[in-house]
Design a protein around this ligand. Sequence first.
Ligand SMILES: C[S@@+](CC[C@H](N)C(=O)[O-])C[C@H]1O[C@@H](n2cnc3c(N)ncnc32)[C@H](O)[C@@H]1O
Length: 279
Amino acid sequence: MTQAMGDRTEDIEIRLLLEALFQKYHYDFRRYAMASIRRRLRQAREQMGFASFSLMQDHLLHDPVMLPRLLDYLTVQVSEMFRDPSYFRALREKVAPHLHTYPSLKVWVAGCATGEELYSMIILFREEGLESRTIFYATDVSHEALRRAEAGIYDLGRIRLFTENHRESGGKSSLSNYYTAAYGGAAFAKNLRERVVFADHSLATDAVFGEMQLISCRNVLIYFDRVLQNRAIGLFADSLARKGFLGLGAKESLRFTDHSFAFLDFARDERIYQKRSAA
Ligand SMILES: C[S@@+](CC[C@H](N)C(=O)[O-])C[C@H]1O[C@@H](n2cnc3c(N)ncnc32)[C@H](O)[C@@H]1O
């Protein structure tokens, strides 16, 4: 068999595996970007010791224990607090003044992973005097990631980077005000979570959330193919209130999506958009 035929057979097996995952467990990874799915599934197959994806599929269908293990490979949980500080600076300096004009706010952090982006957002809202009027929705397709987000405990070794990012984002207090050293890590204060609703939600299969003033979804759409990116952006357009803000971060953009007409550029470099009033 030639290399090209072998690769084609592997892609067929991968597609069948993803179909089995969807049919049996309703997790839909069928429209993720193939290159990264292939890379991560190859790693899973090798580390779990399967000779082929077809054997892996058979196992997945008959042994539910495989499901969380496979999801761990399929979802990438890399995150950090105040990641790309200029994004949070733009939220602080450009978006917050608009948010001050609303008596109540709803903010959705979609694909929140283990919570670093969520806590960054809450701390920023507290520092800007917006927290007490806001409900935060933190969602992810990974139940395990959400569980860790709810716990809000991070490795102490990461705190230096988080502190530096927070400072660069224009942080108005010391990050150490928000956590205590506990359980061998930095435990973020419970009161930061008081206004948060954590929910399992997949941008691939689930429906809209209502009337948000701000949606932040960073480093998630890069894993999707064009069709799924369109679905997710459509969901955001429908979930935002008029003149609501959508933050995608520097790696992603609305260009080439079906919904770009619904938004105006608001902070171009940080890819923060504002929904048009008539959209
Ligand atoms: C790299 S992390 C991004 C974390 C955070 N937003 C940040 O920028 O630091 C990507 C997250 O997207 C989540 N994800 C992947 N597919 C998803 C989907 N269909 N719906 C919701 N979340 C998804 C993964 O579980 C993972 O937690």
